[in-house]
Design a protein around this ligand. Sequence first.
Ligand SMILES: Nc1ncnc2c1ncn2[C@@H]1O[C@H](COP(=O)(O)OP(=O)(O)OP(=O)(O)O)[C@@H](O)[C@H]1O
Ligand SMILES: [Mg+2]
Length: 229
Amino acid sequence: MTPPAGSLLWAEQLRKAYGPTLALDGAEFSIHPGEVVAVMGPSGSGKSTLLHCLAGIVTPDAGTIMYGGRELSAMSDAERSALRRSEFGFVFQFGQLVPELTCVENVALPLRLNGSSRKEAERAALTWMERLEVDELRKKRPGEVSGGQGQRVAVARSLVTNPRVLFADEPTGALDSLNGERVMELLTDAARSTDAAVVLVTHEARVAAYSDREIVVRDGRSRDMERAV
Ligand SMILES: Nc1ncnc2c1ncn2[C@@H]1O[C@H](COP(=O)(O)OP(=O)(O)OP(=O)(O)O)[C@@H](O)[C@H]1O
Ligand SMILES: [Mg+2]
């Protein structure tokens, strides 16, 4: 099989075993630029494993993953990590901000690691913090902000490199529903405005409602729910 026309990231027949556990057993996936796809399914069904494979963090035992016309498994480790740094953004359940850095330093960090000057990186960081409505927290450390604010800082950090794909694994899992919805609104608006694709892993139908399409994973197999946009 070849990827459908216009798909940015595409996978088929993914298998991944952890000892006797088959985490992925023939999973498939496809996403277009600017599309928000929710990956749903029960705990232990393989959602995070699928996300980690698509992002080139975990290598599947079998199957094909194509990103922008290139096969992930054909790339060297260095090429894959360069891809993760420059083309992919990540948001996790517990923001995983660096506690010793201020919020603006956290958001600027991916640009600093890619070689930008402090001034340049922090200017871009502040633009994203304004969009996520957390610019007033620039001087605070992660320990001094609320859960919802911290997640919005984490979203700003994930977008500061202008990624083509944003991977979000339960980004609102630690938030109450009001904060969760605000994070989802801002995240999807920001991603759509930059035409980034979003791979959104979530348990919650309320969160999946922000997506264009849903994929359900069960026992390591995925099924496209073909929900109309
Ligand atoms: N690093 C690992 N080592 C061993 N087993 C693993 C590892 N990662 C995942 N698994 C197993 O693979 C299966 C799928 O796990 P995965 O984390 O992908 O599920 P999930 O759908 O993300 O679950 P949750 O909703 O609880 O986060 C589970 O049975 C899990 O125990
Ligand atoms: Mg998971």
